[in-house]
Ligand binder design. Structure first.
Ligand SMILES: CC(=O)SCCNC(=O)CCNC(=O)[C@H](O)C(C)(C)COP(=O)(O)OP(=O)(O)OC[C@H]1O[C@@H](n2cnc3c(N)ncnc32)[C@H](O)[C@@H]1OP(=O)(O)O
Length: 338
């Protein structure tokens, strides 16, 4: 690999972007529909093409999905540098690359272990994580990283996400998004994030969410989802995630929504009402009516005329463990007043 990880990464990401934009310019007159479809499918492959990720020095895990976006579309080489020769089809012809080395602080990537080790020791984000702190509890810190300010960090994060989320389709145009990245308090290693449109016509409070594979099933997805609702409630909007949800996204959201609805209907402010409408629930929870209906159906708690059956909700609660750990976010640690 020629040059440092920083040079080659910046070159490859920007060239890929340039190439894509260039393609678009050339085809300005072509039918818009065709172009949109191409955009949507950009990077999506039927098979995994990178076998595994070496993430930082000590973590290694397999990819979940293929991504063509790291590669030059014509040569399948990582980035666009003509001098690159290391990317190849594996022995079974499935993988274009066996191991992608990814920095666990800034998500820059390379296929060269020596370059990777040199970068890992000197990555500036190891000392200072990007962005502004918006939540800081003794356990977790959430930082807001603006796509317009930390373009390369956000682009690399999006490229990485594609390996674990198949329908992900935004990689380079990060300027109109902000990213909320979660860290263990005191650490500079990102553990998960969600992105949010600066202007969302559907009033989505979350565009895309990922908990990095080594940190999944610890409640971080739920923490980020809770935080996304705090932000939209602060903005005074009834909101929810961008759809469609991935299978894991749906499982995670249904869990979170079920808990929220149970909490408000059985324990909270709506517990003493004789009759609760879907609109009441929406106002109190900040959830969309469509998401409330989906969740109540999932819980088997909704009947004709949208009548809510609390008995079924109690049954669900009995088989879903203690409520002590349900909500992760502690309001006193929020720093979201600007
Ligand atoms: C709008 C969108 O972005 S949709 C796209 C969603 N993102 C993706 O699909 C990317 C890949 N997946 C992920 O990053 C993660 O699986 C996420 C973000 C969906 C969930 O992140 P996690 O940190 O693992 O979630 P968390 O630990 O809070 O789990 C929440 C609930 O989801 C369910 N869940 C999460 N992972 C799994 C799993 N692998 N198998 C079964 N249930 C699961 C569980 O019910 C869990 O609650 P429980 O542990 O109390 O039973």
């Amino acid at each position: 690999m020629a040059g440092s990880i920083d040079q080659s990464l910046i070159t490859s990401t920007q060239q890929l972007k340039g190439k894509k934009n260039g393609e678009k310019d050339k085809n300005k007159s072509s039918v818009n529909l065709k172009k949109d479809r191409k955009e949507m499918l950009y990077g999506i492959l039927n098979e995994r093409n990178i076998r595994q990720i070496q993430f930082g020095v000590s973590k290694r895990f397999p990819t979940w999905y293929g991504s063509a976006v790291y590669f030059d579309p014509e040569t399948k080489r990582l980035g666009c540098s003509e001098s690159r020769s290391q990317v190849h089809s594996g022995s079974n012809n499935q993988y274009w690359l066996d191991t992608l080395f990814v920095c666990e602080y800034c998500f820059k990537y390379t296929d060269d272990q020596t370059v990777f080790i040199a970068h890992a020791a000197a990555c500036p984000f190891q000392k200072h994580a990007p962005g502004k702190i918006k939540y800081k509890s003794p356990e977790y810190t959430i930082r807001r990283v603006k796509g317009s300010k930390y373009q390369l960090f956000c682009q690399c994060l999006c490229l990485f996400t594609k390996l674990f989320l198949d329908n992900k389709s935004m990689y380079f145009k990060v300027d109109h998004y902000e990213f909320y990245v979660v860290y263990e308090t005191g650490s500079t290693k990102p553990m998960g994030f969600f992105s949010k449109d600066l202007v969302s016509y559907q009033q989505n409070n979350l565009a895309c969410i990922l908990t990095l594979p080594p940190y999944q099933r610890r409640g971080l997805g739920s923490l980020l989802i809770e935080f996304s609702y705090k932000l939209s409630q602060l903005e005074g909007v009834i909101s929810g995630p961008e759809v469609p949800l991935s299978p894991f996204g749906l499982i995670g959201y249904l869990k979170y929504w079920s808990r929220i609805l149970y909490w408000h209907l059985i324990e909270g402010d709506l517990a003493h009402f004789d009759k609760v409408s879907l609109e009441d629930l929406s106002i109190v929870t900040g959830m969309r009516v469509s998401d409330i209906i989906l969740t109540l159906k999932h819980l088997n708690c909704i009947g004709e005329n949208n009548q809510i059956y609390l008995q079924s909700l109690n049954t669900w609660f009995k088989s879903n463990g203690a409520k002590g750990n349900w909500f992760k976010l502690q309001d006193e640690y929020l720093l979201i007043d600007d």
